[in-house]
Design a protein around this ligand. Structure first.
Ligand code: ADP
Ligand code: MG
Length: 479
């Protein structure tokens, strides 16, 4: 896969010239982030980190990822409506994890009161790696599906233009013409607009529920501006604004200081640190309301690592999607080995395997955005032992999940970051496909793939995020 740019990747003069063009092109195109020093103002901004060169992606796997996205939308939507499944699957998690437990309490409380919400909007991103087998063939393997606050759909709508220019500067005009257009911002806005329309109150606004510190504001602005283009009014509010200004009327319509809200699009709320008592109350108010939440709390729970683990169990998909054998086959084809550490004998056996061959596995914490622990060669067995204690009886339930470690083929690239020197790195990429769907009552009125995101990182990092400063934005070059 690395072969695409072999002739230029070591040509330091050409690379330097192209990098200078690339950075200015990114700034011109709006591939921007606020700086760490001034995270609250847009007076000083910089480019969001990105690769100098687009990365090779096997065309067949790229197409496979797109083809399965509507199935994943269907699956997440089905899980979110299946109380029994969520209850059973999360029972052990909520015993030990206070965050999931509190989300779950709100979920039950809202169900008990009776849902006021009748229109449902899902925006998710299913993330994959191209796992390289022993025979050298690559396979599409899912890392996770993000059902809340899946980001970078905005900025990545602008990276292909930057890479197209870079390739031209490097004398690759033909290749430049093959880079695909990609506009998740438009696709996400389409879903939000549809939900807004079905809510049926033309004066009501779309509310972006945003973080206290909004370094990635430009990513969100891309989606916001698509909504303004459709003459839909957008407001940006934090949980604490909701606590102070939010109210429900008798039919549980949501108002912010007298302004009706049709859609709440969460870009916040998936980690426990953001919730103090007031913010929990704000969350409950939003969930009880008639407004379309993206996602509703059930869909957020559907995206937990514990649910992902349960999905890989034989028979689970069949129960969740009866009558959809083709969708199930497409979904299952993307699953990587995933092993429960909760159980006695099965757990012991897997523990022994992991300790004997730690480089084959990773340990994933259950929490979203929790990053990664490697059961890698350096201290890997110690990590495994830390989870298992000295015998199965001391395994905390439910511990982190043990997974097959995916091993994509590395390729050389340059990771362009503000204030960093230009040097070549061995890199691996992760492909995300955005999904969007809208349901009114029981009718799925929209179900689509909305675009893609390629993120690339140097191989020495176990973790992934762009916001976390590890991965950078990239563009797929199909091979
Ligand atoms: P979260 O984004 O919620 O922290 P992820 O499941 O996306 O959790 O894992 C974080 C990162 O760790 C991924 O982006 C990926 O780079 C890496 N990773 C996760 N699972 C694996 C795996 N099975 N093999 C190799 N790398 C992985
Ligand atoms: Mg992730």
């Amino acid at each position: 896969m690395a072969a695409a740019w072999q002739d230029v990747v070591r040509d330091s003069a050409a690379v330097r010239e192209a990098a200078a063009v690339a950075v200015d092109a990114a700034l011109l195109a709006g591939v921007l982030m606020r700086t760490g020093e001034q995270p609250h103002a847009s007076d000083v901004v910089n480019y969001a980190p990105f690769t100098l060169l687009p990365s090779a992606v096997p065309r067949a796997l790229f197409e496979q990822a797109y083809a399965v996205q509507q199935d994943f939308n269907l699956l997440v939507d089905a899980i979110s409506q299946n109380k029994e499944f969520l209850e059973q699957t999360l029972a052990s998690t909520i015993k030990v994890d206070d965050f999931t437990a509190r989300l779950f309490r709100i979920y039950l409380q809202v169900l008990e009161e009776g849902l006021a919400q009748t229109v449902f909007l899902g925006i998710n991103r299913s993330d994959y790696m191209f796992d390289c087998g022993l025979d050298g063939t690559a396979a599409l393997r899912q890392i996770e599906i993000n059902t809340i606050a899946a980001s970078f759909g905005g900025l990545t709508s602008r990276t292909a233009d930057v890479h197209r220019l870079v390739l031209k500067v490097l004398g690759k005009t033909e290749e430049a013409s093959h880079l695909l257009p990609n506009n998740p911002a438009k696709g996400l806005a389409l879903g939000i607009a549809k939900a807004w329309e079905l809510y049926g109150s033309p004066r009501a606004v779309v509310m972006f529920l945003v973080e206290e510190v909004q370094r990635n504001i430009f990513d969100q602005r891309c989606v916001e501006n698509e909504l303004w283009n459709r003459n839909i009014r957008v407001v940006r509010k934090r949980f604490r604004d909701v606590f102070e200004q939010g109210s429900l009327d008798a039919s549980r319509r949501l108002y912010m200081d007298g302004q009706e809200v049709a859609v709440v699009y969460y870009r916040e709320g998936y980690v426990p640190q953001v919730y103090d008592q007031q913010n929990w109350e704000a969350r409950l108010l939003l969930e009880r309301s008639r407004a379309v939440k993206c996602p509703d709390i059930a869909t957020q729970l559907a995206g937990t690592k514990k649910v992902q683990q349960e999905l890989s169990r034989p028979g689970t998909l069949e129960k969740l999607l009866p009558g959809h054998p083709e969708a199930i086959a497409r979904i299952r084809a993307t699953f990587a080995g995933l092993y429960s550490l909760d159980e006695g004998e099965e757990g012991d056996r897997i523990a022994a395997t992991a300790i004997a061959d730690p480089d084959r596995f990773v340990l994933k914490p259950q929490r979203e955005g929790g990053g990664m622990s490697w059961a890698g060669p350096l201290g890997g067995s110690i990590v495994v032992w830390a989870v298992f204690g000295t015998g199965s009886s001391s395994v905390p339930a439910p511990g982190p999940v043990l997974r097959d470690k995916l091993k994509p083929q590395p390729a050389l690239n340059y990771l362009l970051r503000a204030h960093s020197s230009l040097r070549v790195s061995e890199c691996i990429s992760e492909l995300g496909i955005f999904g969007v769907y809208v349901r009114q009552g029981q009718d799925l009125v929209l179900n689509r793939a909305a675009g893609h995101l390629l993120r690339t990182k140097a191989i020495e990092h176990a973790d992934g995020g762009v916001a976390a400063g590890v991965a950078v934005l990239d563009t797929p070059y199909l091979v």
